[in-house]
Ligand binder design. Sequence first.
Ligand SMILES: Cc1cc2nc3c(=O)[nH]c(=O)nc-3n(C[C@H](O)[C@H](O)[C@H](O)COP(=O)(O)OP(=O)(O)OC[C@H]3O[C@@H](n4cnc5c(N)ncnc54)[C@H](O)[C@@H]3O)c2cc1C
Length: 324
Amino acid sequence: MSVLVYTENWDGKFKKATWELISYGKAIAEQLGVPVFALTIGDVADDQLNELGKYGAEKVYHVKGEKVSKFVAASYTHAISEVAKQVGAKVVMFDHNFTGRSLAPRLAVRLDAGTVSGVVALPSSYEPFVVKRSVYSGKAFVEMQIDSEVKILSLMPNSYKVSENPIPISIEAIDLDIADELLKAVPVRVEKIEGKIPLTEAEIIVSAGRGMKASDNWGMIEELASILGAGLACSRPVSDEGWRGHDEHVGQTGKLVHPNLYFAIGISGAIQHLAGVNSSKVMVAINNDVEAPFFEAAHYGIVGDAFEIVPKLIEAVKEFKAAQ
Ligand SMILES: Cc1cc2nc3c(=O)[nH]c(=O)nc-3n(C[C@H](O)[C@H](O)[C@H](O)COP(=O)(O)OP(=O)(O)OC[C@H]3O[C@@H](n4cnc5c(N)ncnc54)[C@H](O)[C@@H]3O)c2cc1C
């Protein structure tokens, strides 16, 4: 019996969300009295795999080979399902990101398992197994009971603290037989957006809306993001107008983000926007309308003209950094 954590890698590297996931898996494994194993697919160097041991993984199963060199949900599900059966996984865990959301339900069908997505805390009970998840775009929480023998969870990023539990880790390379029928649709070319902090990973996000009036006014928004090391986001009308790319659009129909700090500049705070950002740890709204709905959701609010406040904020951050 074990807890199995699917550790996604990006060009052979793990991210902070992976450490959160292993830390969370380790905490569950301790309660169940079983080991926690990691599983990764594709080319990853041994020094990266060894890092997984820092957070408590006793062993990493490394599935390699030409047929898994690119992400294909059907073949990856097959690989994870084979390893899960081999290690007698009682709990299988994913990040609640695009990959996890596509793999968890597929795996649930294969393993006849109950699955809960968007989990935000450790189980409140293990017998029966009860976990809390976020629902209604982060506006409410619900406790879910899973009664199947195998349980599948996807963990919301930024909802569990990374904790180090260093132990020696062993690596087992696995070369699985992947049937061609699992590779009916495969990616042939991937175009990456370079030089930007991925919003779903960002610790800080600077986001701006129609209050900025025109795309030409984004210089100060970019500067603020740059000095804070933040990701750049926008409201939907901004990307609909073509002021910014759709990759920056957050909200119900855009990306769901979970940073520690979210700046909303000239954004009214419509429910569809808040749906994508309201699980941020701290939200700061800057708006010249004291009645703007964002002020009800924000932890801190600045009432005033963004064209005066943002440059002052930039200066203040620069001064603060210079004094460090
Ligand atoms: C089905 C559906 C899905 C949607 N999905 C999304 C989504 O995913 N994401 C999303 O963002 N929206 C979404 N929307 C649109 C949403 O309803 C709002 O229309 C949108 O979020 C408003 O964007 P905004 O706040 O930038 O613009 P506005 O509503 O125009 O607000 C601009 C704000 O800027 C303030 N402002 C103006 N000038 C200044 C200044 N000088 N200084 C400071 N503040 C200033 C104003 O007071 C105002 O509050 C969706 C709508 C629908 C119907």
